[in-house]
Design a protein around this ligand. Structure first.
Ligand code: NAP
Ligand code: HSE
Length: 430
């Protein structure tokens, strides 16, 4: 029998414990598919005494995770999280010492992916991260291998399970934001700091990784225009439903006609009867447009113990089989600097939700501002009639420039009879 592949696991939380569980439970089939036994030799986390849901008694405990870089292992699996500190130190040290690394850490990759890829190239070792984007969907493999012959025009994604779970559960049950977020945390979906989820940062980290892979450009998390979901209300969800849409935290990376790439991560209206509109709960989806494949939609669970462990195991088995590739599909030093475009230039349909005082003339004032910004209204609904009291007005626009809509909303916010800054959401037709 071939010598076992020795694994060190740093981080034994939701994902780390899931990986240990899967290795133990599916040992026989993993050995067969890897062509050799896969053995955990050492583990590490913050608190050795913590009660965990897995049997760790056969593994050496390492107090300082960084020490795993010089331990007797073939692969270091980093499942602690965080873009700096221990996780970054361990990954860098492991690559430098010639060890293969697997990580689920999208924050680390979004912030330092290019430098880590260069380290991996220099050391000629794999740095694998299937678990870092879209949980159980093999999207890294799909972009790096499955769609490798295509010119990719755009990638869209529902990339945060926590946000999709919150938006879905609020819509279906009417429960409050905080209550549903707490449930997502209890299920192991959320980041250690859930602000990363609900403010769109985690999903933007993932999108920046997909952009680099899809377009062969240097990753640029700083070029993602990000909006989270905190400002989305139950009323917005109801209005969207009445108009035939659902609200999703949707990422988009698209190459525009002038060659610039635009990256956005923002709550977006999508048709409720479209395949992507039906992606609910903790599920993620990635929609890819390629010149030969045309369109492809991949759907699967985006967070939680099982789907994430499944992705880590696919990397372990790939390494065992010797089936690895450069981090972004090409050597790091051949990635191009992209020309980045801004969201302001996007042309789209938009949803606008205004709260106005129900008085004669308010609509004429709003309409005048829209006209002055070249914005044509497609549909408008005024909810209820309540003279001199606040009422919601919901509009959708014909295709128009994002910057014009934002400028118009600034002006509308200043009207005396308008109570708050309008909510503006892009509408994406699939
Ligand atoms: P978690 O449940 O909070 O677990 C983190 C683990 O890392 C814990 O075992 C913790 O030790 C250990 N740890 C953290 N900082 C450490 C340090 N400085 N030194 C030693 N150990 C440290 O997190 P998770 O949900 O498993 O996520 C882990 C990674 O996977 C993150 O990068 C996350 O973004 C990513 N990810 C998570 C999911 C998901 O669904 N949860 C999905 C995809 C990717 P203690 O247990 O002793 O506190
Ligand atoms: N917090 C992340 C999410 C975990 O909810 O999608 C999976 O990356």
């Amino acid at each position: 029998m071939t010598a076992p592949l020795r694994i060190g696991i740093a981080g034994l939380g939701t994902v780390g414990a899931g990986v240990v569980k899967m290795l133990q439970q599916n040992a026989e089939l993993i050995t067969a598919r890897a062509g050799r036994p896969v053995e955990v030799t050492c583990v590490s986390a913050r608190d050795k005494a913590k009660k965990r849901d897995v049997d760790l008694s056969h593994y050496q405990w390492i107090d300082a995770p960084e020490a795993m870089a010089s331990a007797d292992v073939d692969i270091v699996v980093e499942l602690m999280g965080g873009s700096e500190g221990t996780a970054r130190n361990l990954v860098e040290a492991s690559l430098k010492s010639g060890k293969a690394v697997i990580t689920a850490n999208k924050a680390l990759l979004a912030e330092h992916g290019l430098a880590l890829a260069a380290l991996a190239d220099a050391a000629k070792v794999p740095l694998m991260y299937e678990a870092a984007v879209a949980g159980g969907i093999p999207i890294i493999k799909a972009l790096r291998e499955g769609f490798a012959g295509n010119n990719i025009g755009a990638v869209y994604g529902i990339l945060n399970g926590t946000c999709n779970y919150i938006l879905t559960t609020m819509r279906e049950t009417g429960r409050g934001f905080d209550d549903v977020l707490a449930e997502a945390q209890a299920k192991g979906y959320a980041e250690a700091d859930p602000a990363f989820d609900v403010d769109g940062i985690d999903a933007a980290h993932k999108l920046s990784i997909l952009t680099a892979l899809a377009f062969g450009v240097k990753p640029a998390f700083g070029k993602v225009a990000i909006q989270g979901i905190r400002h989305i209300t139950a009323d917005d969800m109801e209005h969207a439903r009445d108009l035939g849409y659902r609200i999703k935290l949707l990422g988009m990376a698209r190459r525009m006609k002038d060659g610039a790439i635009v990256q956005t991560m923002e709550p977006t209206l999508v048709p409720q009867d479209s395949p992507i509109g039906a992606v609910d709960g903790v599920f993620n989806a990635v929609f890819v447009e390629g010149d030969f494949v045309h369109t492809s939609l991949l759907v699967g669970r985006g967070a939680g113990e099982g789907p994430t462990a499944s992705a880590v195991l696919s990397d372990i088995i790939d390494i065992a089989r010797g089936k690895t590739a450069p981090v972004y599909g090409v050597p790091a030093d051949t990635l191009k600097d992209a020309k980045w475009g801004g969201a302001a230039d996007i042309h789209s349909h938009f949803y606008m939700h205004l709260k106005v005082i129900d008085k004669t003339g308010v609509l004429a004032d709003v309409a005048a501002i829209l006209r002055d910004h070249n914005i044509s209204v497609e549909a408008m609904i005024q909810r209820g009639r309540n003279p001199d009291q606040p009422v919601p007005i919901v509009m959708t626009t014909h295709e128009t420039r994002y910057s014009d809509v934002l400028a118009a909303c600034e002006k509308i916010s200043g009207l005396k009879l308008v109570q708050a800054k309008p909510t503006v959401l892009r509408i994406e037709q699939f």
